[in-house]
Design a protein around this ligand. Structure first.
Ligand SMILES: [Zn+2]
Ligand SMILES: [Zn+2]
Length: 275
């Protein structure tokens, strides 16, 4: 049983066949789908999906691409939405220096505001970072220095593998960068990029194993091989799990079990005692 920890099932891409997409996800053995918002409109859509479907959970947040457009009013609405019981994280938030759609200082300010929001609500964060890993680390770390008890349970430092502050999604960093995150209570997650030829993440995965990773499709983007270029959907997650099981020499069932448990821990999905 898999969990798709990051799928944008918004109207724009799925309006015509969402029910078929969700049936295929169920048939493919997907237990839960986490839908992150990217602005107020899509955060609202994510929340509506979570209200309509028991196995869907939402994140609310403002993507760095649109950081320029975030106003105090919009942020207040995100804060209100975050109180909904099916909102499991603030996201996706972060920094994107590849596209630089918003000025970097604005991206940083908006990222920081939303981490503070997550800290106030004691929620984890879903982080998007592209060509910006150092600044992303720095912003996160500053916020954690201010609030060391954020989601750390009893006020003690989190142990790697038992963490809950957030996930760096679509992670393309090195094994040592990943270890840095694990030690600070973060997971990393992998989409279809693991199936690409000469994938940049293969070496990292072999070194870090599966103990601190989540799986995601990043639908509708990042379709795995052999579906590359097509619209992606949650049912395709098994291509990712299978590939990682080959890299690590573990069964696909074991990859599904560990990564689903990690997603359940991070997002507090379902009842952990039965896992
Ligand atoms: Zn992203
Ligand atoms: Zn995303």
């Amino acid at each position: 049983m898999y969990i798709d920890s990051h799928a944008h099932l918004f109207n724009e891409d799925f309006a015509n066949d969402l029910n078929d997409v969700l049936h295929r996800a169920r048939d493919a053995g997907i237990d839960c789908i986490v839908v992150p918002g990217t602005d107020n409109k899509t955060s609202r859509e994510a929340l509506e999906l979570a209200e309509q479907h028991e196995f869907i959970y939402a994140c609310v947040g403002f993507h760095p691409h649109d950081a320029m457009k975030l106003t105090d009013g919009l942020l207040a609405e995100i804060e209100t939405m975050s109180d909904h019981p099916k909102v499991v994280a603030i996201g996706e938030i972060g920094l994107d220096y590849h596209y630089d759609f918003s000025p970097r200082d604005r991206q940083i300010a908006v990222f920081r505001e939303q981490i503070w929001l997550a800290i106030r609500k004691n929620l984890p964060i879903v982080v998007h970072t592209r060509e910006s890993l150092n600044d992303t680390f720095e912003v996160v770390e500053q916020c954690m220095l201010d609030q060391p008890h954020w989601r750390s349970g009893e006020g003690v430092a989190l142990k790697a593998g038992n963490s809950g502050r957030g996930v760096f999604h679509c992670f393309t960093g090195t094994a040592s960068e990943a270890a840095h995150l694990f030690n600070r209570g973060f997971f990393v997650s992998y989409p279809g990029i693991v199936t690409f030829k000469n994938s940049p993440v293969t070496d990292t995965l072999r070194q870090i194993g599966c103990e601190n990773i989540l799986l995601e499709t990043d639908s509708p983007y990042m379709a795995p091989v052999p579906l590359r270029g097509k619209r992606n959907e949650p049912a395709h997650i098994a291509y990712i799990g299978k590939k990682i099981s080959e890299f690590l020499g573990l069964s696909e069932a074991e990859i599904a079990r560990v990564t689903s448990l990690n997603a359940r821990k991070l997002f507090s999905l379902g009842d952990l005692r039965h896992m």
